[in-house]
Design a binder for this molecule. Sequence first.
Ligand code: CA
Length: 224
Amino acid sequence: MRLLLVEDDRNLNRQIAAALADAGYAVDKAFDGQEGQFLGETEPYDAVILDLGLPAIDGVSILTNWRRDGRKMPVLILTARDRWSDKVQGFDAGADDYLAKPFHMEELLARIRALLRRATGHATSELVSGSVRLDTRSGRVSVDGTPIKLTSHEYRLLSYLMHHSGRIVSRGELTEHLYDQDFDRDSNTIEVFVGRLRKKLGVELIQTVRGLGYLVEAGSPQAA
Ligand code: CA
């Protein structure tokens, strides 16, 4: 999952970006409104963390512009003051959630997880497909109850496919959603990661749909 973080406080930006990267997300950082608005207009993000008080263009205007242009990604706004009018303005401009500063990083991470699962149609933080379980809180993956050790890139790939289970995900989409903008992208690496992931999981989870991409079936086999 690839996130955009728009926050002009350099210290806070660095802290949040580090926590998000630790949690397994690809993160693009913007430090003013103009840069933030541009990235949100041009890059495909799975969610955005948007500070309201920003130089150049304020957060509410950015959000209003994105929504007017039809950008639908989930947006969590950060408000410096816990003022009810800021929250109302933010929600009315198209925000999906908010957090007032100062906040605990754990709460921000939990809210991002909730936004991502809601945006992809999941109700719980544990994603299941057949015998494979992925816990988005702990970042743990198991097959038939046995824990599987994955690298952060393998986890990102599996997490994206399982969030989007039930539909075909192209290699291009994976490349766009697994790496930040500074990453040296090479579409071949996706195939390499899929190969490694299949080997480690040892079960038929990731299907190749020739010419289109990859598919993970939705849900677990239920007894009728
Ligand atoms: Ca600010």
